[in-house]
Design a protein around this ligand. Structure first.
Ligand code: ZN
Length: 463
């Protein structure tokens, strides 16, 4: 730990999401300030992951302020632990991020408590809670909302502006200006960048001119299918399923993916491109999140609020018994349920009861990690185990993993290319090496001279 010395220049140390995609956390140091960019949870079950989430590589009390890009748990999910361990400073984020974060952190504390209660107590470390609802409440009290475009002083000699990243409601590109011996040094942190042509949130704003860009690279090596191609396929599946009287089951992560898919389906129904069918969103979390989306219409693309407010067309289900009853509901419907990879969440009981009905379809709209139930459903073979029950796989299983809220290589290059002439340092984070390597090569090919993919604990200096 180096919390006793003052930095002589400006530097960024990459403490998380370095050559991987979770646990976003970077430390900006100037001679006068220590600023944390994001404070996310690393995701995974391993002991090493728990240890890294538990222990910070610096003293939390030494941090002056946190700048938060957005409310996904791998970006904000360790903030209450930072607070528990002594951080008392302000957490700057957009108003929508603050609202979403309240829901996500409360849910994260609840899941930790449930897992700890279930886990055998052979190993104290693996069952220890990172935080509880009490620390979540304190974290929210430390939040300071800063709207897009407003300049905010966040520490001595450090000023910040948020710009729309178009990735999630309230998501921000963070532009930091540091005063250094009378000159200004600028650093831009993209957070997670959105897609240019996914008409749901605002478009990602242009990246401001900067001395250093810390850029995500999740899909730096690939191109997404276009929304038009995805929708064509989704329409075919939904239409066929509804016409044969079946259910369309869509497992989706409660924050982000569920809202995009429901919007596209309702828009198509409103415009007569899909037959009308009841849409159920079965997730208490998604129900609360939908209310936040309605509170921040300025963050949505034109017309999106209309599809969210079309009366009873979309029914949000919180009650568990109502969710159980939905599994046995007669007649065609679309059921979006929590559990993106089908590993947990309400999608499990719907799959158990419905996967052996050939009238039904399961549409997988998220990435399915090897070993997950979603991945096993896509493998060849007539049967699949859902929880403890071996089920006949007679429903259609469709892979439509293209609704990602992340920029692909084309989007990333469109964002970065205008900066090439000014030769900023580019540090690629939040991407597996295979993706970051490809993006780094493309950037060098377009004239960026200083591009690197930092390892965890690497630093980059500016002055
Ligand atoms: Zn994200």
């Amino acid at each position: 730990m180096n919390q006793t010395r003052s930095a002589t220049g400006i530097s960024v140390t990459f403490h998380g999401a370095a050559q991987t995609v979770t646990g976003s956390m970077h430390l900006l140091e100037t001679p006068d300030a220590r600023i944390l960019l994001d404070c996310g949870l690393m995701l995974g079950q391993r002991e090493e992951v728990h240890r890294r989430n538990s222990q910070f590589p610096f003293a939390p009390s030494w941090i002056d302020a946190v700048l938060l890009s957005h409310a996904h748990i791998d970006h904000c999910g360790n903030l209450p632990n930072l607070v528990r361990q002594g951080f008392t400073g302000p957490i700057y984020c957009t108003p929508a991020t603050r609202d979403l974060m309240g829901i996500m952190l409360t849910d994260s504390a609840k899941i930790q408590a449930e897992e700890a209660a279930l886990a055998p107590r052979v190993d104290e470390c693996s069952t220890a809670l990172l935080y509880t609802g009490k620390e979540v409440e304190q974290t929210l009290r430390q939040c300071v909302s800063v709207p897009y475009g407003m300049s905010q002083d966040v520490a001595e000699g450090v000023r910040v502006q948020f710009h729309d990243a178009g990735h999630l409601l309230g998501s921000a590109i963070i532009a930091v200006a540091c005063n250094f011996h009378g000159a200004t040094r600028t650093i831009t942190f993209t957070g997670d960048l959105g897609r240019d042509n996914l008409h749901f949130l605002g478009k990602p704003a242009p990246l401001p001119p900067s001395d250093m860009v810390i850029c995500e690279s999740t899909y730096g090596g690939r191109l997404h299918q276009t929304p038009a191609a995805l929708m064509k396929r989704l329409h075919e599946v939904v239409k066929q399923t509804i016409e044969r009287g079946g259910k369309v089951l869509i497992p989706a992560f409660s924050l982000g993916r569920a809202q995009i898919v429901v919007h596209y389906l309702r828009e198509a129904m409103q415009q007569g491109r899909l037959p009308l069918a009841p849409v159920f969103v079965d997730s208490p979390l998604a129900t609360r999140i939908a209310q936040v989306y309605r509170r921040h219409p300025g963050c949505l693309a034109a017309g999106v609020l209309d599809t969210m407010n079309d009366g009873e067309a979309v029914r949000y289900v919180s009650d568990f018994q109502e969710s159980r009853d939905l599994s046995f509901r007669k007649g065609p419907c679309i059921l979006v349920a929590s559990g993106g990879m089908c590993e947990a969440g309400r999608i499990l009981h719907h799959l158990e009861k419905n996967i052996d009905d050939p009238r039904n379809s399961v549409v997988l709209v998220s990435y399915q990690a090897p070993g997950s139930l979603g991945h096993r459903m896509l493998e060849r073979g007539p049967r699949v185990r859902v929880r403890r029950k071996m089920c006949n796989k007679w429903a259609d299983i469709i892979d439509l993993n293209g609704f990602s809220g992340h920029a692909d290589q084309q989007d990333l290059m469109r964002a970065l290319r205008p900066l090439a002439a000014s030769q900023p340092r580019v540090r690629l984070v939040h991407g597996d090496l295979s993706q970051a390597w490809v993006l780094a090569a493309v950037l060098r090919g377009e004239g960026f001279e200083d591009v690197a993919i930092p390892q965890r604990e690497d630093s980059a200096s500016l002055a």
